[in-house]
Write a new protein. Structure first.
Length: 317
């Protein structure tokens, strides 16, 4: 091969390499734009849009990104898509077992599913690394199944007071255990301390409301519950629990209205969809019930509450 032939071939190679480099830069730029938008949507609690952007990031990644996978798992968890959330959070943990945010959310999901052993395993890992992690402490307080276990975990938390006394979640967790031990005076003091340390702690006010209700102080309990609900995100089981409380305590319209408002503002929140569908079923409003169940199935065909309600509708007609 002579030099006159070699020169144009070298130029072609250089141009090709430059083109590949440009493609790589373009790919990274797109990924960064999608990630920025995803985080903005996440911050604004616009979860469906955040999901789309995170999936776009995943498509541009050369390797599975555990942070993105974890964020998607947490989105599905908030929306009540339990099966999908569990799958994504487990994968994120597999890729990055040291990520405490992933593991504490996985612990919460296991607790929701009453997989107590798994929840304890995850929460113990988090607390070993971060002893004052508030969500981990509150999850730990919800794991005991027996009176002896309640006493054991309660004593453990009491012993942690020197290092955690200024942490609102610690006092909320301790309040739960005092309450389960029927020490209502200590429970009330703990929840009030949690609210003092963090006036925006919905756990503190919800726990306080539960204690006041147990003391038959219904008016103050309702005020505490209202405050808790005002502090919770729109996609919150506490909002539904408060709605259920209003229905049971005789104010069915207020309870139903709260659930309807939740569905209107967060149509992707499956627990609210199925709860409202259940109310419509009880009213024999089958058309409204089926319409909500169809929406739920479109979002998560494996949702057990929707599946069971759908069977009940068919039997009722």
């Amino acid at each position: 091969m002579n030099m006159t032939t070699a020169k144009p071939i070298s130029l072609v190679l250089v141009l090709a390499l430059l083109g590949l480099a440009g493609f790589g830069c373009s790919r990274d730029a797109k990924k960064n734009r999608h990630m920025k938008r995803a985080n903005a949507f996440l911050q604004a609690e616009q979860y469906e849009q955040a999901e789309i952007e995170f999936i776009n990031v995943m498509r541009l990644e050369k390797q599975p990104n555990p942070v993105v996978i974890s964020q998607l798992g947490q989105i599905y968890q908030v929306q009540g898509k339990v099966t999908r959330a569990l799958s994504f959070l487990r994968k994120a943990k597999e890729l990055d077992p040291e990520n405490l945010d992933t593991r504490v959310h996985l612990a919460f999901l296991h607790l929701t599913l009453r997989q107590i052993t798994n929840a304890i395993e995850e929460v113990e890992f988090v607390l070993k690394k971060q002893p004052t992690n508030e969500l981990a402490l509150e999850i730990l307080a919800d794991t005991p199944l027996t009176t002896n276990q309640v006493a054991e975990v309660r004593q453990r938390l009491i012993s942690m007071r020197p290092q955690a006394d200024q942490v609102a979640g610690y006092h909320a967790a301790l309040g739960k255990l005092h309450s389960r031990a029927r020490d209502l005076k200590a429970a009330e003091a703990s929840f009030r301390r949690a609210a003092e340390l963090n006036p925006k702690s919905n756990s503190a006010y919800w726990g306080l409301g539960s204690v006041l209700l147990a003391q038959t102080n219904v008016t103050q309990a309702d005020e505490a519950f209202k405050t808790a609900v005002q502090l919770t995100p729109i996609r919150s089981i506490q909002r539904l629990n408060y709605a259920n409380y209003k229905i049971i305590s005789g104010d069915a319209e207020a309870g139903k209205r709260l659930i309807q408002e939740t569905v209107a503002k967060a149509p992707d929140f499956l627990p609210a969809l199925t709860r409202l569908a259940g109310l419509y079923l009880a009213e024999t409003n089958y058309a409204a019930c089926e319409a909500l169940l169809k929406k739920a199935a479109n979002q998560d065909s494996m949702n057990i509450d929707a599946i069971l309600l759908n069977a009940r509708v068919k039997l009722a007609q």
